[in-house]
Design a protein around this ligand. Structure first.
Ligand SMILES: Nc1nc2c(c(=O)[nH]1)N[C@H]1C(S)=C(S)[C@@H](COP(=O)(O)OP(=O)(O)OC[C@H]3O[C@@H](n4cnc5c(N)ncnc54)[C@H](O)[C@@H]3O)O[C@H]1N2
Ligand code: MOO
Length: 403
């Protein structure tokens, strides 16, 4: 089996034409977690008028040296104050109120004494005190949120402030997930023989893709039966943009998936990459749809889903990158186990602004160990040409906590 290098496989993935312009309008309150399909540009300044940021008296700063300043009246928040302050006058003004014309400073109530409709200054304040100037937050025309941003709580708030009732977002790519294997049992199904194991892959991947912004169709599990798998794949491709399967891609007699994919009219982009885990991965395309047949092992399928499925989902959503890769220093020696590009579950800590990698509580063993991905795990990448690495060596690490 000839294997593509990891780098070539990623470049080829990047060159695939992906349908990425599909958008829809959703209510702001339903947009959490969606990906913006337009820049959000401020239509006005924030604030639009000089605004008091404390409760007190709007004054002309030079008047603060005078003995007494006459109070013209109240200016509660939300009132469209029309009066203009002249020298010797002030207006009682509250947090959030528009500043009256003529006033340049707000002196807070704690700093004055009030007698017979006049204030006297007990403690002065600088010019412009407690006044939010026009455009303090942003100016009309500023791009506040970039297209491709995943909408979180802050984006929701900023868009609400701009009165965006509806938001244009990327349509979620539909990703169908299925696990194959006659030994695997779906969640909740009773076991009928002791050689069966629980299927975790279809749930791990569904969660991963949903977190990445996809609309997931959970197809459960299916035995190693050629015709059934073929029919299920055909049906899934009627509605899914991406079909992701696990299992059945190796060299065993019952590994049918790898043979079925070309038989349903899909063009195999590649099969076999020099990576550990995941070397049997198959990437195929049928018109504008993709099939990613991933290995059955739990850790292998998860890692390959991150490396090969997330970039497709991201592209369909119009996002620049699927995950963040950072340079980190090895906090301990690392023993490389193969001549392949390896993806090793690791912990990442930040010390003095630098990332450090360690393998505390991570088990060395087969590609079945999904528990290695618990506790905010990251993935350390070591290249085909790397051998054992000394403590202090710089490595690249994929962070998995911020899709
Ligand atoms: N003679 C060879 N044997 C194997 C090779 C090889 O090159 N030559 N490669 C090994 C590698 S590497 C991998 S990875 C696996 C990939 O095999 P398949 O993709 O065909 O996967 P299965 O054989 O179906 O399953 C592998 C393993 O994972 C368990 N599994 C399967 N599905 C699930 C699931 N949904 N949830 C949890 N665990 C699952 C399954 O029971 C097996 O233990 O092939 C090696 N063999
Ligand atoms: O392809 Mo396997 O995932 O190296 O264990």
């Amino acid at each position: 089996m000839s294997l593509l290098s990891y780098e070539t496989s990623q470049n080829m993935l990047d060159l695939l034409h992906v349908n990425s312009g599909r958008t829809e309008n959703v209510a702001l309150s339903a947009s959490l977690g969606r990906v913006l399909a337009q820049d959000i540009v401020a239509e006005y300044n924030d604030p639009q008028f000089p605004t008091a940021s404390m409760d007190g008296y709007a004054v002309i700063h030079s008047d603060l040296e005078s003995k007494e300043i006459t109070i013209l009246g109240d200016n509660p928040a939300g009132s469209d104050e029309k009066r203009t302050i002249n020298s010797g006058e002030c207006i009682k003004t509250f947090t959030g109120s528009k500043m009256p014309h003529g006033a340049d400073t707000l002196i807070q109530i704690e700093n004055v004494s009030v007698n017979n409709g006049k204030i006297t200054v007990d403690e002065t304040v600088p010019r412009g005190n407690a006044v939010r100037p026009v455009g303090e937050g942003y100016r009309a025309g500023d791009v506040l949120i970039k297209k491709g941003t995943k909408i979180g709580f802050a984006e929701i708030g900023v868009m609400a402030a701009l009165n965006r009732v509806m938001v244009k977002v990327a349509i979620r790519p539909r990703v169908a997930v299925i696990s194959t294997g006659s030994e695997i049992l779906d969640l909740g199904v009773n076991s009928t023989n002791p050689s069966q194991i629980r299927s975790s892959n279809n749930y791990t991947l569904a969660a991963l893709f949903e977190q990445a912004g996809a609309d997931v169709v959970q197809l459960g599990t299916i035995g190693d039966e050629r015709d059934m798998i073929m029919e299920t794949f055909q049906n899934a491709l009627l509605s899914a943009d991406i079909l992701v399967s696990t299992g059945g891609v190796s060299v065993g007699d019952y590994d049918f998936v790898k043979d079925i994919v070309p038989r349903i009219g899909a063009e195999v982009v590649y099969k076999g990459v020099a990576i550990k885990p995941g070397k049997h991965i198959m990437v195929a395309q049928r018109e504008d749809k993709f099939i990613l047949a991933l290995p059955g092992f739990a850790y292998s399928s998860t890692v390959t889903a991150i490396l090969y499925v997330l970039p497709l989902i991201s592209k369909m959503l119009g996002r620049k990158s699927a995950y963040k890769t950072v340079a980190a220093k090895l906090g301990e020696k690392f023993r490389k186990r193969s001549r392949l590009t390896e993806f090793t579950a690791c912990n990442v800590a930040v010390e003095d602004g630098e990332y450090f990698v360690n393998f505390k509580d991570k088990k060395v063993g087969s590609s079945a160990i999904l528990t290695n991905m618990l506790d905010s795990s990251a993935l350390m990448i070591t290249g085909e040409d790397d051998g054992d690495l000394e403590q202090g060596t710089y490595v690249n690490v994929i962070l998995l906590d911020n899709f």
